[in-house]
Design a protein around this ligand. Sequence first.
Ligand code: KIV
Length: 266
Amino acid sequence: MPKVTTKQIWEMKVKGEKIVALTAYEYLFAKLLDEAGVDLILVGDSLGMVFAGYESTVRVTMEQMLYHTRIVASAVERALVVGDMPFMSFQVSPEEALRNAGRFLQEAGAQAVKVEGGEEVAEQVRRMVQAGIPVLGHLGLTPQSVYQFGGYGVRAKERKEAEKLLHDAQVLQEAGAFAVVLEKIPAGLARRVTESLRIPTIGIGAGPFCDGQILVTQDMLGLFERFRPKFVRRYAELGKLAREALAGYVEDVREGRFPSEEESFV
Ligand code: KIV
């Protein structure tokens, strides 16, 4: 099956086709997402919270990201696989960023990387793109900066921050990013960014006017229940289903109802 390319992602904006994106951290979900026709699968550093149970994404390391990206990339046939560059893997210097980005493609099999930030990471983005590494930008709520922001609230509600975000989006485009994630910003601002860019925007909590949408898979399936952002639509309640199934198993084993004769060998 032909792989989705960054060029196709860009062409989808031109044709007015919505880009469908979700996150995956492991084989089973990566396969399910790919079979469902998702265009872009992000191995997000949200795995720190969703998979590892950390308080934030800040503790996620390159080794964790490479491990999960390798697994996802090996499961996916069609979707574009993007590896998320973790905190401190790209901020220190453009050289270090380039080396780490290269590992996502060379060692883990991703087709692109994502970095959080605007003008401050433009040189890193430029160097990666020059080296042949496609880059997805990420603006608005950038969870790696949670300790600086002081929380996970809506970003860029004030004019000054909104203008900076518009500027950062242009800078990322000029640096060669193939698309940009807009997280938790007002819908009107996301529309302005989307209309001002040639490259696509992929929204999460950024309203309906983006060129595509992304959610954390475990959020939209009702598996991650620690908190529930307003922008998440739950398409299933798998956490509830799993709890019911597990309670059934516990009870059946305790009461001697499992295994039955049909589930046993003679
Ligand atoms: O880490 C992640 O999963 C992300 C998406 C929510 C965009 O950055």
